[in-house]
Structure formats: C-alpha cells, structure tokens
Design a protein around this ligand. Structure first.
Ligand code: MN
Length: 243
C-alpha cells in the first residue's frame, strides 16, 4: 500500500549572523518529527510557511495529511487578548500563515495532528482562547515546563471515555512529557476535550466532526526518540491519512 505523504508545517527562525545568508530566516522542522512520521508508516515533507493562498492550496494538494508542530507562543491578539508579561516570544505574521494553512487543510478534508503549539493553534484558529501562562490557570497547577529531558514522561493525563484518544490507546491514563507554559483556556465550539492533566489542564482535543483532527499538548515525537509508547498515536494519524 502507498505510504501517505505527511506535510509538516515548517516554522522559521533567525539565521545566525555568522552565516552569509543571515539576512533571511531559516525554515525548519525537527528530526524527531520526520523520524516519527517515517517510523509510523508515513513519508515526511516540510511545508514552508507562506501567505500566498495558491501556494498553500498546491502544497496541501500533494500531501495526505498535515502535522502542526511545536513552536513559539501564539500572538494573543489572535484570540482577542492583550499580551501578558508572562507571554513568550510571538510572531503574528507566522501565526497567521499557520492558521491559513490549518483552515485550508480542513477545507480540503486533510487529516490533522497538532502537537504542543499545534493544539493551541487549532483551538485559536477555531475560536478558542489560551492561558498565556500556566500560572494564570491555577497557582496550584502541576509543573508543565520540564524542558530538560524532552523524551521523559513527567505527568499523567486522564483520557476521556469515548474520545479518539481512548479509541487509540484503550487506556484511562497516559504518562506524557510536558514542555509547555501555555494551555487551552476556552475550548473552541467545534472541539471536544480528549484528555486533561491531573490538575485539570487541557492536554488533548479532537474535532467534533469531519476528518481526523486530534491535537495534544505533549510532544509524542520526542517520546518516540526513546520509546514506542506513542507509536500507536502516530500510526492512528498515518492510517487516517491512507483514505
Ligand atoms: Mn503538560
């Protein structure tokens, strides 16, 4: 059977000044995403961010699914809030491109997997909001920014019965890594919560209808570099892209 082609939405960053090409940004993904897609049966390609609608359409026409990867915080103006001092670095133009890519992928019926910033982006694109820092959610929240060891599980999430995540794992709890400082606040009307951390923080959402749409707050691609615990999640996404 033909292996599905998975478009990974590239993100840009400044090029070091030591490079002769420092005037232009670099567009990148991580080896953890490309390896995870390939190991679970897909063929990874990277889609450079653009605001050209025709380019977005043509990019998406050559892929069978879209993976929205991790990245910087989302510009709070996109969900109608002022920037909190605790909000991190943002790039409004890039966020707009990613949201346009997401909407076009939905229009074209492409299965979508969101990771970390990906869950936040999906929620904001569909009308939801974010806590700009976990401490705004609750002073008693778990520590979610375990940035030192990306492959290691740090907290548990409780999987909602009958959710897509439940169908995939058949487990009530999952141990996940946690490398984020923002979380979903108001959930978009067309999404349902699929898992929460033990402190109540939203850790996974899914689309209420339409093609496969699942987004998680943790980094399954980083866990994939140390174990096969998240292989079933990637495989479910890749299989949804075969149709
Ligand atoms: Mn977390």
């Amino acid at each position: 059977m033909r292996r599905p082609v998975i478009g990974i939405a590239g993100v840009s960053s400044d090029t070091p000044s030591s490079s002769p090409f420092h005037a232009w940004q670099r567009i990148f993904t991580s080896q953890a995403y490309t390896t995870s897609v390939a190991r679970s049966g897909g063929v990874p390609v990277m889609l450079p961010p653009t605001d050209d609608e025709e380019v977005i359409r043509r990019e998406l026409s050559v892929v069978d699914g879209l993976l929205l990867q991790g990245g910087n915080d989302i510009d709070p103006s996109l969900y109608g809030e002022e920037k909190d001092p605790l909000c991190g670095e943002t790039d409004l133009q890039q966020d707009r491109m990613l949201i346009a890519l997401f909407h076009q992928a939905r229009t074209m019926g492409k299965p979508i997997l969101g990771i970390c910033k990906g869950i936040q982006l999906v929620n904001v694109a569909l009308g939801g909001t974010l806590y700009q820092d976990v401490s705004r959610f609750s002073p008693n929240a778990l520590q979610h920014d375990h940035l030192k060891d990306a492959t290691k599980p740090f907290h548990q999430v409780k999987v909602e019965q009958d959710s897509l995540l439940w169908e995939i794992f058949h487990q009530e709890t999952l141990s996940v890594n946690s490398l984020h400082h923002q979380i979903v606040k108001d959930i978009a009307p067309s999404l349902t919560i699929a898992a929460r951390a033990t402190d109540g923080a939203v850790e996974a959402v899914q689309g209420n209808e339409g093609p496969f749409l699942l987004a998680v707050q943790w980094h399954p691609e980083a866990m994939m570099m140390a174990s096969n615990d998240m292989l079933v999640l990637f495989s479910a996404f890749i299989n949804a892209c075969r149709i």
